[in-house]
Design a binder for this molecule. Sequence first.
Ligand code: ADE
Length: 418
Amino acid sequence: MKYDVKDLGLSQLGKGRVEWAERQMPVLGLIRKRFEKEKPLKGIRLAACLHVTTETAVLMKTLKAGGARLALCASNPLSTQDDVAAYLVKEAEIATFAVKGEDRDRYYRHINAVLDLRPQITMDDGADLVGTIHGERRDLIQSTLGGTEETTTGVIRLRSLADQGKLMFPVIAVNDAQTKHFFDNRYGTGQSTIDGILRATNILYAGKNFVVVGYGQCGRGVATRARGMGANVIVCEVDALRALEALMDGFRVMPIKRAAKEGDVFVTVTGDMKAIDEAAIKLMKDGAILANSGHFDVEINKVALRKLARKVRVIRPYVEEFELKNGRKLYLLGEGRLINLAAAEGHPSLVMDMSFANQALAARHLVKEGGKLENKVYGVPLELDAEIAKLKLKSMGISIDKLTPEQQKYLSSWEIGT
Ligand code: ADE
């Protein structure tokens, strides 16, 4: 088996941590049991490009139990947990290509290594596998049944490919499942972003002016959790409806150029480039901390930051100090890459349980239906989404009420009025 990981000697550490995650991923555990019996992915070649974390290891084991032949690489150069990568190779016998801190060349070597499996299914977090197949590896289009996509940014890229009529196989947007984005994006990004900034800096949140740029599900999560820690949260948004929502959720709302002067900590979660650009950087206070939790490292204009600096040094792990020509010092965390995965461990297992249950069932769906689907971006079938919600509640020991036949009839009728 081919692989490229940092150190196989780390596998025992990874093993314990994967077991810990498994305990908090009961829905995926149930799916694994079903997969073991039914083997819905028997013989299917599946290439995955995901953050290589304990939760991803649990997903990989589930897919393997379903009969898939797997290869895994990282979906971000800084998000790999090296002990987990070692565990995946040594104990789980899954071809893994991921080393924390890998440079761009090695990152793409790894992408190409998993594509050498000639996958029938691709599983992406950010659409790099699909992007590479549609670019340099077009010879793989023919044999690809379909793909799945984990994140908002990836889905946006795929929709633009589909809108141009260039998507060459169906893709299931796992991100669009309600049991994914309502939970993982909001509670997962919310908590893990706070965690990443804390682990990198050990700052006190209470009393800080904390600027959240972007108020989608991720932004909502980050803003809510930062408030919970006692920060004064300011939201910057370009969408009027979302801005209004942030305001009525109790946050101050203002343009980035105003927020730049007030902020102690900035977090970007927009999915777009230059959400913090040169003009804003120039206005920031001495000591301001900049972090990103969006998928790509384009949200903070790092080129401008470097250009404005007269000196740059790493002051502690994941914290770069930029001494600007105006004398102020700004601090960039985790190279502007997803701070929740760079400095912390990403979303907690309990929410990834639902996201990855969607991934496993989406892969099964592709095998079942793949031949019949068009070259489009599809949502996760609603019945799968509902099934995952039910299983999750059950696993948490929560039961809920059921509509009576009379109530059901009322909801589907128009006759009964005032
Ligand atoms: N994306 C965000 N958090 C993650 C995690 N813990 N594992 C895999 N992908 C993630």
